[in-house]
Ligand binder design. Structure first.
Ligand SMILES: NC(=O)c1ccc[n+]([C@@H]2O[C@H](COP(=O)([O-])OP(=O)(O)OC[C@H]3O[C@@H](n4cnc5c(N)ncnc54)[C@H](O)[C@@H]3O)[C@@H](O)[C@H]2O)c1
Length: 421
């Protein structure tokens, strides 16, 4: 049995519902299933202690069970105070994986949970946003010598790790799972695209058709959100700071303008830039009555919430995940999910089918680090190309899709210079 002080969840009674939810997600995770079956027989993680700081969702549960079946001794905590599925947390505890995560936990509890996960003395870390790795490098650096390596799930986390590396302070090898093509091309684009629309719809029940939707940031996530909002009949405006991305958005058929201009006409604003105070006080001051503000970037810093609070004379929770701010001039602005990732807070995060690929990367990278730890330096590494390609092949296979192969003649032609006009 797990020691009771090793986990902290909302309610153990929710376990049965959580198990059904995990099972439902597993149906859409064929690549993880194949990896899990191999891990069960090969035990590549036998006896390895892993601390994972991830969104506690049904998809994460299937990753966790895969690692456990591969022999790992795993503990989990949440990577966001609002993203935990409490029933899944309860189910995982019943499956023998200690979880420290409660939906709606405050910041003190959030960090206490991270510290409990670190008390496990990890040999491998899995992070989503780099809060666990940062805590390990700052307040718990005495534990770093145990660590063989780790992986990072999201864009913002990879940015933080690269900055730690650049400062010469990174102490162990980390693999940037986010940067695998089988991750960002699908999870960030199609996953965030669909689940962000889902989260805003569930929180508000608004009609998208005919709305002016402003997407701040045209990266992999922004592209997906813009695409899906347009598919729902919205008129999409993109704001950017990178000329190439702005040009791409223009030629993809969206209006591109400054946020100061967009602020006057937008009905729904979605930040997804990984940046801070993207929607700032001056923008809030220009917005129309009734504007809805949502964030799908990793941290709740993209909308300047202190500025919103300072402009408001009144605030009330009008429905779950919707806070109505009444400004001094009588306008109302609606902030969703306290500015935290809307898709995980108000909906269920990405569909399992895309997390299948992201988490296949995570599982295979854990195995790779164990096998190669003697060769790896304290650096941020890309996911090995062979892993990325293998996941793409397995996913296609699971979808029943066959593709062509190069003939010997084509192989030769594509690597030569002699033949021309
Ligand atoms: N909600 C989710 O489930 C989920 C999933 C994956 C990633 N993320 C997070 O979403 C964020 C974006 O990820 P990404 O992969 O799209 O990153 P990205 O680097 O591909 O794109 C970010 C874009 O935002 C732009 N940008 C930066 N500052 C801006 C500003 N002030 N105004 C307008 N645009 C600005 C950048 O130029 C860039 O084009 C990150 O925080 C990432 O961790 C969330």
């Amino acid at each position: 049995m797990i020691s009771p002080n090793k986990y902290d969840i909302k309610d153990p009674e929710l376990a049965e519902a959580g198990k059904r939810r995990i099972e439902w997600a597993y149906r859409e995770m064929p690549v993880i299933k194949l990896i899990r079956e191999r891990f069960q027989s090969e035990q590549p993680l036998k006896g390895i202690r892993i601390s994972g700081c991830l969104h506690i969702t049904s998809e994460t549960a299937n990753l966790a069970l895969t690692l456990k079946d591969g022999g790992a001794n795993l503990i989990l905590c949440a990577s966001n105070p609002l993203s935990t599925q409490d029933d899944v947390a309860a189910a995982l505890v019943e499956y023998g994986i200690p979880v420290n995560a409660i939906k709606g936990e405050d910041e003190t509890t959030y960090y206490r949970h991270i510290n409990t996960a670190l008390d496990h003395k990890p040999q491998l870390t899995i992070d989503d946003g780099a809060d666990l790795v940062t805590t390990l490098h700052t307040k718990r650096s005495d534990l770093i010598n145990n660590v063989l390596g780790g992986s990072e799930e999201t864009t913002t986390g990879v940015i933080r790790l690269r900055s730690l590396e650049k400062a010469g302070k990174l102490k162990y090898p980390l693999i940037a799972v986010n940067d695998a093509q089988t991750k960002y091309l699908f999870d960030n684009r199609y996953g965030t695209g669909q689940s962000t629309i889902d989260g805003i719809t569930r929180a508000t029940n608004i009609l998208w058709a005919g709305k002016n939707v402003v997407v701040c940031g045209y990266g992999w996530c922004g592209r997906g959100i813009a695409l899906r909002a347009r598919g729902m009949g919205a008129q999409v405006i993109v704001t950017e700071v990178e000329p190439l991305r702005a040009l791409e958005a223009t030629m993809d058929g969206y209006q591109v303008m400054t946020l100061q201009e967009a602020a006057k006409v937008g009905n729904i604003f979605i930040t997804v830039s990984g940046d801070k105070n993207v929607i700032d006080k001056a923008h809030l001051e220009s917005m129309q009555d009734g504007a809805i503000l949502a964030n799908s970037g990793h941290f709740n810093v993209e909308i300047n919430i202190p500025a919103l609070e300072s402009l408001a004379k009144d605030k009330r929770r009008i429905r779950p995940f919707v806070d109505e701010y009444t400004l001094a001039d009588g306008r109302h602005l609606y902030l969703l999910a306290e500015g935290r990732l809307i898709n995980l807070a108000a909906a269920e995060g990405h569909p399992a089918s895309v997390m299948d690929m992201s988490f296949a990367n995570q599982a295979l990278c854990m195995e790779y680090i164990v096998k190669n730890s003697d060769k790896l330096q304290p650096k941020v590494y890309p996911v090995p190309e062979a892993i990325d390609k293998q996941i793409a092949r397995l996913k296609l296979q699971s979808m029943g899709i066959e593709i062509d192969t190069l003939t010997p003649e084509q192989k030769q032609y594509l690597t030569s210079w002699e033949e021309g006009t």
